[in-house]
Design a protein around this ligand. Structure first.
Ligand code: ADP
Ligand code: MG
Length: 378
């Protein structure tokens, strides 16, 4: 039996701490890939190519044509809390990048074998570095840990081998490789729709035909058509709504004209939303909600419920819509640091904003079905 009284408190070993922390951020191959895609987007890439083996459990590789990483930074690249994106806490309130904590690559190095090949425009060759547990290690065929000169294009290729090789519980909790691959494609599809000017390609290693491929310089509706198909694309309604129109709406008619100009873009409570959503002709078994808040792919049960409620009067019971919603808020009113995977965010005036958006969808759906009735009658 355990001795009476409390057990001594001991400090965890660094390696244990880091592996636990990594597990909070990297749940599965798709969550690793999300971090990697966001890094490529932060690096202003216009092309993102992903190669997958075994649903990402054996190999997850992402090649971009972004700004690259300076050779001198490679030594600390995979340490925890090393980032080029944030330096003070207050920077968080005007964040324009996806990353800010410098934890993603570190996490991957604690639960996988990580290697990086990168070249900036200023470099004459690319540099390759390998990492374990946050630190540089010699590559399989090398003796020193120093980054090795090699051939390569401008940009960065990150390779994650044998994800969760040292956390067997996590590995065994994963689904089949085909299910993990489906999740990877899902994340890529959503980012491709939100970033239609960037070319995304995803394929299985050894296969010559990609499973997902988008051109650069496309548009969101074109990307929806390409990736979700004509049956959704042909039933889409587009709507935009913003805090400015909220204020206009709230104005009483006798209010004086000048007040309409009241909303300055500097207003921390200003916001705008852009949505593509299916009309009453389209019915799916499950709601597809592609929700982006300040360009970040997030989940929100509250927003999902509010939007589904709009459709409850329009679609038969059990039928669900497709909705793409991109919400832009002043970074000062958003807290992105509420969830380890950043998949949830909190923002000010959430209820009021969501209600405005739901009203707008309702309005657009109603006016479309009205014009339809009219067409049929005439
Ligand atoms: P964060 O994105 O929060 O800064 P990460 O661990 O994801 O943390 O990345 C650490 C740093 O590595 C980034 O701040 C960035 O400077 C650099 N980096 C990572 N991926 C890329 C990439 N694909 N292209 C250029 N730089 C990158
Ligand atoms: Mg990052």
């Amino acid at each position: 039996p355990p001795p009476p009284g409390p057990l001594p408190i001991r400090r965890l070993q660094e390696a244990v701490i880091n592996r636990i922390a990594a597990g909070e951020i990297i749940h599965r191959p798709a969550s690793a890939l999300k971090e990697l895609i966001e890094n490529s987007l932060d690096a202003r890439s216009t092309s993102i190519r992903v190669t997958i083996k075994d649903g990402g459990m054996k190999l997850l590789q992402i090649q971009d044509n972004g700004c690259g990483i300076r050779k001198d930074d490679l030594a600390i690249l995979a340490e925890r809390f090393t980032t080029s994106k944030l330096s003070t806490f207050s920077d968080l309130s005007h964040l324009t990048t996806y990353g800010f904590r410098g934890e993603a690559l570190a996490s991957m190095s604690h639960v996988a074998h990580l290697s990086v090949v990168t070249k900036t425009k200023a470099d004459t060759c690319a540099w390759k570095a390998c990492y374990e547990d946050g630190k540089l290690v010699p590559p399989k065929t090398g003796l020193t840990v120093d980054p090795k000169a090699c051939a390569g294009n401008d940009g960065t290729t990150i390779t994650v081998d044998d994800l969760f090789y040292n956390t067997p519980t996590r590995l065994s909790a994963l689904r089949s490789s085909s299910e993990e691959y489906a999740r990877i494609l899902d994340v890529m599809t959503k980012y491709a729709i939100h970033n239609p000017r960037i070319s995304f390609v995803c394929k299985k290693a050894g296969s010559s035909t990609p499973d997902l491929s988008t051109p650069s310089s496309s548009t969101t509706p074109q990307a929806i058509r390409l990736l979700y198909g004509h049956s959704i694309a042909k039933e889409l309604i587009h709507a935009e709504v913003s805090s400015v129109s909220t204020n206009k709406k709230r104005r009483r008619p006798q209010d004086d004209e000048d007040e309409e100009m009241d909303v300055v873009s500097d207003d921390p409570e200003s916001w705008s939303a852009d949505a593509y959503f299916t009309n009453a002709n389209f019915q799916a078994k499950k709601t597809a909600l592609l929700l982006f808040i300040n360009h970040r792919l997030v989940e929100s049960t509250r927003i999902k419920r509010a939007l589904e409620a709009v459709y409850s009067g329009i679609l038969p019971k059990g039928a669900c819509p497709f909705i793409y919603l991109s919400l832009q808020l002043d970074p000062r009113s958003v807290d992105v640091n509420v969830h380890p995977t950043k998949r949830e965010v909190h923002f000010l005036n959430e209820d009021a904003i969501v209600e405005r958006i739901a009203d707008k969808l309702q309005e657009a759906l109603a006016s479309q079905s009205q014009s339809r009735t009219f067409e049929y009658q005439s």
